[in-house]
Design a protein around this ligand. Structure first.
Ligand code: WTA
Length: 650
């Protein structure tokens, strides 16, 4: 995969120790310092986490750091805070008032710098707008926005008034909006006409309009004019962002809410067709995101930090909005695609703003490798001091390329393992302390009691595979699946009593490093995005031509995993190339473009057990190896698999 021009300076599995220069300035400068603090954080979690939480603004101190009745945690019980005060107000009223909070660049090249002072005014104005439009504490607000500062402003304004935001990724289709509206009961939507992506306007408001023809509960839609794109405004329901803020006061009192007050719901794929609303609350979530930014990204006042995620994913929530702003850092936010107009765009941005900390996903790194080394080589990337990776295991080739071509061989790479449910990073190197090996997320963060268990609940030996679990609660942990406490218990806490199961397989090496193998459930990781196989199957089956569908993942060099789908048509329909295209587009329409199957095969029948269960294991083997060598004794009809095998061989 890597270009032949790359000189292999090191073996793929070399150990990279932090440089003396980096360590000497880092918050955690050595393994001894890490071990000491880790020990305290595990033996006396209340002491460790109270110290971290005290660095935030509280309106009323807590009476108890942790109240734990598995699987229900209350962190900083009795405490009251307004999350927005820690992220915005305290910087806006102190020496950081005129410091850039967000340096934003639109895809067409338009630029804005928003200081903490300005951000404070913007958030206060929008908080007043939300309240004027009837939004109250605990009401849900659906946010469907491009990557513009107003997305962060809308989230923070919700937090400020105690409303619960539900950000929906701008690439999702109208059906996804309907599902989320129905589940969350949101009655206000914040959106935009569209956003710029690869030179085109991706429309957003029309997608909302389409959703609202089938869902009547929404009373107000607030629309940002980002692209001057024509949209239909429905009188009595739709209002313009600019009209609303023009009349709103920039003063707003930040009321204190209970530490366990809900902050947001973010939907993510599980192993059933219905996405789960992951519920996060206030004090603990903010403590986790704040603390991990401080230690793992080693954030300082003179840093220029850039996380390339979208605010529609948990990475955007924790590592664009809450964690970095709570640290008062300057960050870059970019609207568009990495290859607009070409694959040099990211590196141009790094050079222009002097980015020091850069956080991206392995899938992006692999796309950069493919595009060629000349893109980063054309830019001065010497401002960078630290790199990060998230979303899927980073393969050693990609790690080494990132290290050499982006980090100039000098920047540590933090490979950060976490999930929507965990709220913040749980396993990662600390850049000034941990020796890094390409491909491992290394060691648990402070307070995180991570382990790998076998089916019986025993810890496995070094080198053996098992299930990744967390044995102690942590502040930013999921509190529930929105509206479904039973599903919460069953999904995460039922494999082993009182222990959180992440759904990932993993192993540890002799040095204790965690190597994440991948999902153990029916969840695919496509370009670092979680997609449930059942979700894609139900999208396919919702097409009138489809009788049955089965979806499996297959390894893909660029995306990590690709989506392979098998469909059986109803007898009223016939196979054709046009139908294949239509079915792919149908999935795009129901879920969003990221879920479109990469391979789509017509199957006269699907392999099933005698009890009628689709044997996805066999389909997986077939798409990965082209043949079936595994056990087929439970298969009802061997001919089905033979027919598929010869079909795929063509
Ligand atoms: C995977 C994204 C290996 C993992 C923050 C996890 C990773 C799922 C890593 C969560 C990593 C995330 N190494 N695998 N550094 N980071 N994953 O909820 O399978 O979108 O369970 O959260 O991504 O995906 P989610």
């Amino acid at each position: 995969m890597s270009s032949k021009k790359t000189t292999p300076t090191r073996a793929l599995d070399a150990v990279h120790k932090p440089s003396k220069e980096f360590s000497s300035k880092a918050r955690i400068p050595s393994m001894a310092a890490y071990k000491k603090l880790y020990k305290e954080s595990i033996e006396k979690p209340a002491v460790f986490w109270a110290r971290e939480a005290k660095e935030l603004v509280w309106q009323k101190p807590w009476s108890k750091v942790l109240n734990w009745k598995a699987p229900n945690a209350k962190w900083f019980e009795g405490g009251k805070l307004n999350v927005c005060e820690s992220c915005v107000d305290r910087h806006a009223t102190g020496p950081r008032k005129n410091k850039a909070a967000i340096i934003w660049e639109g895809e067409p090249g338009d630029k804005r710098v928003i200081t903490y002072g300005q951000l404070h005014k913007d958030v206060c104005r929008f908080a007043n707008v939300l309240q004027k439009n009837g939004v109250k504490s605990k009401d849900r607000v659906l946010i469907y926005m491009p990557m513009v500062p107003e997305a962060a402003v809308a989230m923070l304004a919700c937090a400020r008034i105690g409303a619960v935001h539900n950000v929906v990724f701008g690439g999702f289709a109208s059906e996804a909006i309907i599902d989320r509206l129905e589940d969350s009961g949101a009655s206000v939507i914040v959106t935009a006409d569209g956003g710029w992506r690869r030179g085109k306007v991706v429309p957003l408001k029309p997608v909302v309009d389409e959703a609202l023809t089938k869902c009547g509960q929404v009373k107000r839609v607030i629309v940002l004019n980002r692209c001057n794109h024509e949209v239909q405004m429905q009188p009595d329901r739709d209002v313009w962002w600019h009209d609303e803020v023009a009349n709103a006061s920039s003063k707003h009192t930040a009321k204190g809410f209970d530490s366990e007050h809900p902050l947001f719901v973010l939907y993510t794929s599980g192993s059933t067709g219905k996405p789960k609303g992951i519920l996060h609350t206030s004090g603990g979530y903010l403590t986790g995101t704040y603390s991990t930014c401080k230690y793992i990204f080693d954030m300082r006042d003179d840093d220029v930090y850039w996380c390339t995620a979208d605010v529609g994913w948990i990475t955007g929530h924790s590592y664009i909005v809450y964690g970095p702003l709570a640290n008062g850092v300057t960050q870059v936010m970019y609207e568009g695609a990495p290859n607009a107009p070409d694959f040099g765009r990211f590196w141009k941005i790094v050079e222009e703003y002097g980015v020091t900390i850069f956080y991206t996903a392995p899938t992006a790194i692999r796309a950069f490798i493919k595009a060629g080394n000349h893109f980063p080589a054309a830019h001065d990337l010497s401002s960078l001091r630290l790199l990060g990776s998230v979303g899927e295991p980073i393969n050693p080739e990609a790690w080494n390329w990132y290290h050499e071509h982006i980090g100039g061989g000098r920047c540590p790479i933090v490979d950060t393992w976490w999930q929507t449910e965990t709220g913040s990073i749980l396993i990662s190197p600390l850049p000034g302390a941990t020796p890094c090996k390409p491909g491992t997320a290394t060691l648990p963060f402070f307070g995180i009691d991570a382990a790998i268990l076998d089916d019986a609940g025993n810890e496995v030996k070094a080198g053996q595979d098992g299930r990744l679990v967390i044995r102690k609660p942590w502040p930013s942990m999921i509190r529930s699946i929105y509206g479904d406490k039973e599903r919460y218990k069953k999904t995460y806490w039922s494999d082993y009593p009182g222990i959180y199961t992440a759904g990932d397989g993993a192993r540890r090496d002799k040095d204790g490093n965690f190597w994440i193998i991948g999902r153990l459930d029916d969840v695919l990781n496509v370009s670092g995005h979680r997609l449930g196989t059942a979700e894609i199957e139900s999208a396919l089956v919702s097409h009138p031509a489809v009788a049955e569908a089965a979806v499996v993942g297959r390894p893909d060099e660029m995306k990590g995993q690709a989506v392979a789908a098998f469909v059986t048509l109803k007898s009223t329909h016939t196979e054709s190339d046009a139908l294949l295209i239509e079915l792919r587009n149908h999935v795009g329409k129901v879920i969003g473009a990221i879920a479109k199957p990469d391979d789509l095969h017509f199957a006269p029948a699907l392999p099933k057990t005698r009890s009628g269960k689709i044997m996805r294991r066999l389909l997986k083997e077939l798409v990965c190896t082209g043949k079936i060598s595994g056990n087929i004794t439970t298969l009802e009809d061997v001919k089905v698999i033979e027919a598929l095998q010869s079909k795929l061989a063509k």
